[in-house]
Design a protein around this ligand. Structure first.
Ligand code: PRX
Length: 646
């Protein structure tokens, strides 16, 4: 906890869309009269058929059902593109900054419209139609946004898979949602290195067999193998199709997209978002949380492979007619000044990034920041993991020159948009706190038994009523949806996060309370890394836990028991790291691997992760009761051979 308060400046209070009294009044209204409040807010979206019903939701364990605006019809691409043409056809919609600092592109709303119409017709030409699932495995280029919007135009459901995932992970995600089409690129480009996206798709499809087709956008124009009858170059088909595609009228509750995310058990879940509620929520939060004003240049540094990219690079900004910057590269390439140079180059006003990037750049010192101007910046944002107060202060002082408020936005893939955040003209900030709920969001803190705690409290974070951006189900597995989110606490959505509330009613997210890791703001299930490890021929058993990591927030610590007669060598350690990278992707690479002759288990065979976490954290004095272990001696070995933190 950090007591420092950064009050809202007079300037901000006067100029922002929402000041404190307005926030308080709107919040009150939003929870007392959700139907009235959201009916009004939904006017920011163009409806093909107006809705007459607003909220129809139940969190009751035997009847979890979430519907918003259920008899309305709309089209997302029409809202993100067509409707802006009358007023802002020549305004830049997507400002693209390449990996190479000499490359950039500006796409106006007129060009965006042309591109999305053609892309939609190309999808139709490939046989795609309303309701089909289409997997998008792309680098950070404007064509990725065109592809997403094209899907929404024809009513297809996209599933974007982060370009850093392995062929295996990609194959699982293609199979789970039954997509018959994968949109990819020849290669991606990051920090000067080529990423073999099409080759990864080939490897994924080789695992699946069947009749999945690919559509290949050319990014690097590499000479890649194309399979006749299965693979098509986007450019070849784009030349042949009509320039106009009528947007499909979609029911508000028709699926919009699936996004896979890690849980505490099993394989990643297909989080399903629907059309109307999601768009209203993404649009409203983008406008108010970032206080987006006409003409602002807005930059969210996320990858579109994550929910942040969906809601706050593509759908939120474009539905608001904003200029959204899309960055192909990384913060440290070619130098640690890259972010700040891009801000100066494009005169960025609003900048939204992750604590892990802030911490890494903070380690590089002030000089790479200070040699840039950043005079255009007005507002800073943080997302993805708890931000430690030191990093917050540095972001505020060095990057924002003590001038820009910071919105620390807490939310999840499941929530569709930001749930807890300061509004910059309304709420005083405290470094490390996500502060107060957005409109319509009713957080509560509960203890282990589910008792709601009032006032100053610490426990688990639940949300007691629905908001329009909430996920509707786990694709193909509604029982898992109910089980995961609505069975721990009665009549409430369980976030999986721990949280405390201070005397001012501010919320402080303390991190996951389940077996989900947050590594550099990327979500990773310990079970996924474990199952990758045990798939290696030399591994008999594995247990994975998180430990505090200076830059990544959490690092991945793996305890590995080898098969009998296998030598525990450094070479094998390296091989296992490479193995996990290959099985899941680089984001899942274990930071530390400890070879353990045995794991601490109860007599019934359950691994006691509590002990493993403590050892990984280096808290040996505090291991708790180990007498119930089947073999207490294994703990001594684990402590003696603990790997050093990096
Ligand atoms: O633990 C919380 C953390 O990230 C989790 C959600 O991860 P994901 O679904 O990948 O979405 C990330 C981007 C929205 C949450 O359960 N988290 C996210 N934002 C914050 C955060 N923790 C603390 N403060 C935040 N601002």
């Amino acid at each position: 906890m950090h007591d420092k308060i950064y009050p809202v400046s007079d300037d901000w209070a006067k100029s922002a869309q929402i000041d404190e009294p307005t926030y308080r009044a709107m919040y009150q209204r939003s929870v007392e009269d959700p139907d009235g409040f959201w009916a009004e807010q939904a006017k920011r979206i163009d409806w093909i058929t107006p809705f007459t019903k607003v909220k129809n939701t139940s969190f009751a364990p035997d009847n979890v059902s979430i519907k918003w605006f259920e008899d309305g019809a709309l089209n997302v691409s029409a809202n993100c593109v067509d409707r802006h043409l009358a007023k802002r056809a020549e305004q830049v919609a997507i400002l693209w900054e390449g990996d190479n600092p000499t490359e950039s592109r500006s796409i106006t709303y007129r060009e965006l419209s042309e591109q999305v119409n053609v892309f939609a017709n190309v999808l139709k030409e490939m046989g795609a139609k309303k309701g089909d699932r289409i997997t998008i495995y792309m680098p950070m280029i404007p064509e990725t946004a065109f592809a997403m919007l094209a899907c929404t135009r024809i009513g297809a459901v996209h599933s974007v898979v982060f370009g850093g995932f392995s062929p295996d992970s990609l194959a699982g995600r293609i199979e789970d949602c039954g997509s018959k089409l994968v949109i990819t690129a020849d290669e991606g480009l990051r920090a000067g290195k080529k990423i073999p996206l099409k080759a990864n798709v080939d490897a994924a499809l080789a695992k699946l067999g069947g009749d999945v087709k690919t559509l290949v956008v050319q990014r690097t124009f590499a000479d890649i193998p194309m399979q006749n009858g299965r693979d098509v170059f986007y450019n070849d088909l784009a030349k042949t199709v009509s320039q106009h595609c009528e947007p499909e009228a979609m029911n508000a509750e028709d699926p919009l997209f699936i996004l896979y995310t890690s849980g505490s058990t099993g394989k990643p879940k297909g989080v399903l978002h629907t059309t109307g509620g999601y768009l209203v929520y993404a649009s409203l939060t983008h406008s108010k949380v970032f206080d987006y004003r006409d003409g602002d240049i807005y930059w969210c540094t996320a990858d579109v492979g994550w929910v942040t990219g969906h809601s706050y690079i593509v759908y939120g900004p474009l539905s608001n007619g904003a200029t959204t910057l899309m960055f192909e590269g990384v913060p440290s390439y070619p130098t640690n000044s890259r972010f700040w140079e891009v801000i100066d180059k494009h005169k960025v006003n609003i900048f939204y990034t992750a604590p892990t990037a802030i911490r890494a750049l903070m380690q590089a010192g002030d000089e790479p920041v200070k040699k840039t101007s950043r005079a255009s910046l007005r507002l800073l944002g943080s997302v993805g993991e708890p931000i430690n107060p030191e990093a917050w202060e540095w972001y505020h002082r060095v990057v924002g020159d003590d001038r820009c408020p910071i919105v620390d936005t807490w939310w999840q893939t499941e929530t569709g948009g930001i749930l807890i955040t300061p509004l910059p003209g309304a709420i005083a900030q405290k470094p490390g706190s996500a502060t107060l709920p957005f409109f319509g969001v009713q957080p509560a803190i509960v203890d282990g038994e589910g008792k709601v705690l009032e006032g100053v409290a610490e426990g688990n974070l639940i949300i007691t009523d629905s908001w329009p951006g909430q996920m509707r189900t786990v694709y193909g597995d509604h029982d898992r949806f109910v089980q995961t989110y609505f069975s721990t606490y009665k009549n409430a959505y369980f976030t999986g996060d721990g949280c405390r509330r201070d005397a001012d009613g501010y919320y402080w997210i303390t991190g996951r309370v389940d077996d989900v890791l947050n590594v550099s703001g990327h979500r990773m299930g310990t079970a996924e890394v474990e199952s990758a490890l045990v798939a290696h021929e030399h591994v008999s058993e594995a247990a994975v836990v998180g430990y505090p990591h200076d830059i990544k927030g959490q690092g991945i610590y793996a305890y590995v028991t080898l098969m009998a007669a296998v030598e525990p060598t450094d070479a094998l350690r390296k091989e296992l790291v490479a193995w996990v990278r290959m099985e899941i992707g680089p984001i899942a690479s274990p930071d530390l691997i400890q070879f353990a002759p045995g794991l601490p288990k109860t007599r019934s065979g359950k691994i006691m992760r509590r002990i493993l976490r403590k050892i990984a954290e280096g808290e040996f004095g505090n291991l708790g009761d180990t007498s119930t272990l089947a073999d207490p001696a294994v703990v001594d070995d684990l402590v003696a051979n603990r790997q050093n933190k990096r």
